[in-house]
Design a protein around this ligand. Structure first.
Ligand code: ATP
Length: 364
């Protein structure tokens, strides 16, 4: 067990002070990152933040302007793509339409000069893995989008790469198929034990699939952590905002509670008790973050933490989001599960929300 733990800790890929410039554009800025052996690692960030550039540097399609990339502790920055034990699945699959499914899957092995019998055996094995064994003889253009995606995966996995890079591989699929493929990809990663580096701008997809996530903005990594760490303890306001819905309220720390929470006076005059990391200052102007599910409607007799006027209710099946406008002018969204009685929810109605101290957090 200890050995597997150690193996999990060793970085399979390390980016060391990577910078990549395209003329005046700095796509990556002094970026350092460890990706561990056997993990499902996700690069998450808005369009243009440098996710694809980082992937292309790892694959060797681009060279860094400065810095280096290590694989198992060895500098691979100078190796051409085909000499790296790394394979890529692209968003558009990049399959050969005139070839059969089996020929597509075997293509990389053929390029590597493997024997015909090995190619046949390995291709069949990979097609079984992605549950397309029955389709081996079909031409790729006869397949659905989801099936083509699985062929692309089988092709990329066939040479048994150390690392598989996936650049928004599910973006072209419809929602239902995408959800199914998310589970399949996760299963595939667990079964093969190959390190996956997955690129997406979809935060929900990142939370569902990843062992760890790197949140990127403008060529930099802002935070690396497990989905729960990123969601519950965002280290930056940008991360808090980017990962799921969140309310951010401005205020000022008045004092500390006996439990070590900050008592924050909000703009509208209400006081909220919030978690405060020990390394943060215990005074001054702060922002307090509360997830919609961290607040609930106050009962008629209950003391509310904050009050506001109802603006609108968004129903989404398993619950509703109740949108309030606070006295400070700030919007506030809270999640309500169960039915909402429209009688009690007239626009403009005064509503209170209760927020437990564990559900409010002072942002760095
Ligand atoms: P998206 O989610 O839209 O694919 P991304 O996070 O993958 O975005 P990149 O494609 O890595 O972002 O681009 C990062 C920045 O570098 C962008 O400003 C982009 O315009 C720029 N860039 C990327 N490739 C090149 C190139 N070959 N020449 C010039 N600029 C480029």
């Amino acid at each position: 067990q200890r050995q597997t733990d150690r193996a999990r800790q060793r970085p399979a890929i390390a980016a060391r002070r990577l910078t990549k410039r395209f003329g005046p554009i700095e796509a990556l800025k002094d970026l350092s990152l460890d990706i561990r052996e056997n993990e499902f690692f996700t690069l998450l960030g808005p369009s243009g933040c440098g996710k694809t550039t980082l992937l292309r540097l790892i694959a060797g399609f681009e060279l860094p302007t400065t810095g280096r990339i290590e694989l198992d502790g060895e500098d691979i920055s100078g190796l051409p793509p085909h000499r790296r034990p790394v394979n890529t699945v692209f968003q558009n699959y990049a399959l050969f339409p005139h070839m059969t499914v089996a020929e597509n899957v075997g293509f990389g092995l053929k390029m590597l000069g493997r024997s015909r019998s090995e190619i046949a055996r390995r291709s069949a094995e990979m097609l079984e893995l992605v549950e397309l064994g029955a389709m081996a003889g079909r031409r790729v253009e006869q397949l659905s989008g989801g099936q083509q995606q699985r062929v692309a995966l089988a092709r990329a996995l066939a040479p048994a790469p150390r690392v598989l890079l996936l650049d928004e591989p599910l973006a072209a699929l419809d929602l239902k198929l995408r959800k199914a493929m998310q589970l399949e990809l996760k299963k595939l990663q667990a079964e093969t034990g190959i390190t996956f580096v997955f690129v997406t701008h979809d935060q929900e997809e990142a939370l569902t699939m990843s062992d760890r996530i790197a949140v990127m903005r403008a060529g930099e990594v802002l935070q690396v952590g497990s989905p729960a760490e990123i969601y519950d303890r965002p280290a930056h306001r940008f991360v808090a905002d980017f990962i799921g819905e969140i309310n951010i309220l401005e205020g000022r720390i008045e004092r500390m509670s006996r439990e070590g929470h900050a008592l924050v006076r909000l703009g509208g005059g209400a006081e909220i008790e919030a978690r405060l990391d020990p390394e943060l200052p215990r005074h001054g102007a702060v922002s307090v973050a509360v997830r919609p599910e961290g607040a609930r409607l106050a009962g008629a007799e209950e003391a509310a933490t904050i009050e506001g006027r109802l603006e609108h209710v968004v129903y989404f099946g398993s619950g509703s989001h109740i949108h309030l406008r606070l006295a400070s002018g700030e919007p506030f969204v809270l999640r309500h599960s169960g039915p909402v009685d429209p009688q009690h929810l007239q626009p403009g109605a005064r509503l209170g929300a209760c927020i437990a101290p564990e559900q409010a957090r002072v942002l760095a």
